[in-house]
Design a protein around this ligand. Structure first.
Ligand code: NAP
Ligand code: ZN
Length: 351
């Protein structure tokens, strides 16, 4: 074991502060990574503040699952990575490898998956600690490769915001000629826009922030709808093949369902804890459906990274020192980030 510098929440209301955490020394199949950048996902905030009833937070909690860095050490059995390589880690660090989900390369749905933070640690006592840290040790099966042409600060958010939007867009067959809605222009939403645009779809952003219209168009949207404007919403009734909802807070989904065409699908990736109030008749007329989607498997995450490398897609980031974490959380809650915070982990050296 060794000690690593990190930022942790001590309670739901404490905010995040400097601490030291235990990391294991690399075992046979492990890769040790010096973390260079870590994105700030709204899930980090939900977890740090214990907002999810399905996943009570165990403190201290070190969030962070949009990790890019450089490999510093590998275990003796590791053959596919070597010290000096760029590497990335997302929301998963382990799974059982034998269940139907794992065999189908969808480790995210494995009942025994180990999440990057707040999950029982199979190697050390306690829970896993995420990327708000100077280093992390991960089994090579869960380590991704970052295309060399991508800016690293902007590549970090691909590991969650990128794959969480890529996977459902692919699953629901978003291609040229499809009309696709992206609800909420935040970290996930802006990646959804970039990816759906790259897949050739006609992209419409649903936003509550009037000030984001120009950005939405620049990011790849063809149209922008202010979702709280009933008249604007009505103009799009019955017209969407697919809508991706990335909203992090309680909101009305019935108006969005009305925008779907026959057999259209609304997929939820945004994860507010409160149940939705759904008008079932809205689904019945039009045989519409609502689904959920959780990040993506490891192979699909690599496919997404390679796609982004080929098309030079990264997140639009505001790079911050780790000392600004608490301020960044407050700004994220106010939708005041264009469009993802990425922590420059070199700032942790000052602690
Ligand atoms: P984010 O950057 O804060 O973006 C959320 C966006 O939702 C905001 O920018 C805002 O967009 C919109 N919004 C916020 N409050 C709203 C409200 N009351 N009504 C309507 N719209 C509102 O968050 P994120 O990091 O993209 O994460 C979004 C959600 O996805 C979180 O709940 C997170 O936990 C979840 N998530 C799920 C997965 C998964 O695997 N399913 C993975 C990662 C994250 P506008 O300003 O444009 O309205
Ligand atoms: Zn995330």
């Amino acid at each position: 074991m060794y000690n690593a510098k990190a930022y942790a929440a001590a309670s739901p209301t404490s905010g995040l502060a400097y601490t030291k955490i235990a990391r294991r020394n690399p075992t046979d199949h492990d890769v040790q990574i010096e973390i260079l950048f870590c994105g700030i996902c709204h899930s980090d905030l939900h977890q740090a503040r214990n907002e999810w009833s399905f996943s009570p937070t165990i403190y201290p909690c070190v969030p962070g699952h949009e990790i890019v860095g450089r490999i510093t050490k590998v275990g003796p059995a590791v053959t596919t990575f070597k010290p000096g390589d760029l590497a990335a880690v997302g929301c998963l660090v382990d799974s059982d490898g034998v269940c139907p989900q794992c065999r189908a390369h969808m480790e995210q749905y494995c009942p025994n998956a180990t999440y990057t933070y707040n999950a029982p640690d199979k190697h050390l006592d306690g829970v896993t600690y995420g990327g708000y840290s100077e280093s992390i040790v991960v089994n090579e099966r869960f380590v991704l490769r970052v295309p060399g042409n991508l800016d690293l600060a902007g590549a970090a958010p691909l590991l969650c915001a990128g794959i969480t939007t890529y996977s459902p867009l692919r699953h629901w067959g978003v291609t040229k000629g499809k009309k696709v809605g992206v609800v909420g222009l935040g970290g996930l939403g802006h990646m959804g826009v970039k990816l759906a645009h790259a897949f050739g779809a006609h992209v419409v952003v649903f936003t509550t922030s009037k000030g984001k219209t120009e950005d939405a168009l620049r990011l790849g949207a063809d149209e922008v709808v202010i979702s709280r404007n009933t008249e604007e919403m009505k103009k799009h009734a019955g017209s969407f093949d697919f809508i991706l909802d990335t909203v992090s807070a309680e909101h009305d989904i019935n108006a969005l369902v009305q925008c779907l065409r026959r057999d259209g699908n609304l997929t939820l990736v945004g994860a507010p804890d409160k149940p939705f109030s759904l008008y079932g008749i809205g689904l019945i007329f039009g045989r519409r459906s609502i689904s959920g989607s959780l990040i993506g498997g490891i192979a699909e995450t690599q496919e997404m990274l390679d796609f982004c490398g080929k098309h030079n897609i990264t997140a639009d980031v505001e790079v911050i020192p780790i000392q600004k974490l608490n301020e960044a959380y407050e700004r994220m809650l106010k939708s005041d980030v264009k469009y993802r915070f990425s922590i420059d982990m070199a700032s942790l050296k000052a602690e």
